[in-house]
Design a protein around this ligand. Structure first.
Ligand code: ATP
Length: 324
């Protein structure tokens, strides 16, 4: 019923409790209870005495046909689309689909993840209907080394998408986080499926906090959402998903030929901690130095007391190491 209620409220118009009850075939009290639950879950419900309830325009559930309509026709056909109300993880579902039907381009979306993944088995908080949980699969036929720098390129595409949606100041924390106002707004998790030396696919997981104001359990670092940023940009997840997929498809065309190199030139514009003192933590090992950007392959260039070190992504975490 919450789902149907969300659908009704997302048309940008006001609906009275009575009208909602009639449409859903339930009592006003039941409608009121459900509205309360939506509010508790963090949906930005607006209520005006005498008019009723509505959600801000653009706050709606994911809609596959709308997303496809928003894409240029040729682009929509490039992908096999999967949209679920709930999945363990969109990356896990994409991997299962590849195992069964072979390597192919696909997009997998969910309204909720029950086991959303970060790196090293960490959890990505994924409440229902509020954020974007998306996996895009891009097949490669020449081995995984061609994927170097891919997660950085994906981050750049994501920042461009958010900028187009009206959000300024999103920046990347190497190798895979989008920060806004110094807090984590989005994460990217690239995994590889198939045979690493031959036919394989990049399984590109993207989580973007859109409406979230209160995750079910605490997030152990500073985080934010588009709504919390207060910038007043679009909150329409369907538009953002379509725009991201279109941009990623275009960026992949040059990435396939030239790898990360053409993107490396623009990295400094996206770098959240350009010229800052940072430390790179990998288990018990910590390397400190000045962040000097990235190499053509996407490795972090760190000026340490022993000279420049180049560190590749994967299992490492970057932290600020200065007071400013
Ligand atoms: P770091 O570089 O900070 O160590 P990471 O990039 O390795 O982080 P990931 O593995 O990508 O982190 O993401 C998992 C972490 O992100 C969790 O441990 C938690 O701190 C944080 N997190 C979980 N869910 C969310 C969310 N919805 N929004 C922002 N941050 C989240």
């Amino acid at each position: 019923m919450l789902q149907q209620l969300l659908k009704l409220l997302a048309d940008g118009r006001f609906h009275s409790g009575e009208a909602l009850g009639e449409r859903l075939g339930v009592s006003r009290a039941a409608v009121w209870k459900a509205l309360k639950r939506l509010e508790e879950q963090g949906f930005p419900l607006q209520s005006v005495r005498g008019k009723g309830y509505r959600l801000p325009r653009g706050v709606s559930l994911l809609d596959q046909s709308q997303i496809i309509e928003l894409l240029p026709a040729a682009r929509a056909e490039d992908w096999e689309w999967h949209l679920h109300q709930e999945l363990d993880s969109t990356n896990a579902e994409a991997q299962r689909l590849l195992n069964v039907g072979g390597m192919r381009p696909l997009v997998c979306l969910a309204e909720r993840q029950t086991a959303g993944r970060g790196r090293r088995g960490r959890i990505w908080q994924s409440p229902y209907g509020q954020n974007i949980y998306m996996t895009v699969v891009v097949p490669f036929d020449s081995g995984a080394q061609r994927l170097e720098g891919l997660s950085l390129m994906v981050g750049m595409v994501l920042v461009d998408t958010l900028e187009a949606a009206g959000y300024k100041g999103c920046r990347l924390k190497w190798p895979n986080d989008v920060l806004l106002d110094g807090a984590k707004l989005a994460g990217i998790l690239v995994e590889v499926a198939g045979d690493l030396t031959a036919e394989c696919a990049a399984v590109i997981g993207v989580g973007v906090n859109v409406l979230m104001t209160a995750p079910a359990s605490e997030i152990d670092q500073a985080w934010t959402s588009l709504r919390l940023s207060g910038q007043g940009g679009s909150l329409d997840r369907n538009v953002m998903v379509a725009d991201f997929v279109a941009r990623l498809g275009a960026a992949m065309e040059s990435f396939r030929v030239q790898g990360f190199m053409p993107f490396a030139r623009r990295w400094s514009e996206y770098d959240a901690w350009r010229g800052r003192e940072v430390k790179v933590v990998a288990g018990a090992s910590v390397v400190e130095g000045l962040n000097q950007g990235v190499t053509e392959r996407g490795a972090l260039r760190l000026l340490t007391v022993d000279g420049e070190q180049q560190l590749s992504g994967g299992e490492v975490s970057l932290r600020l190491n200065d007071a400013t």
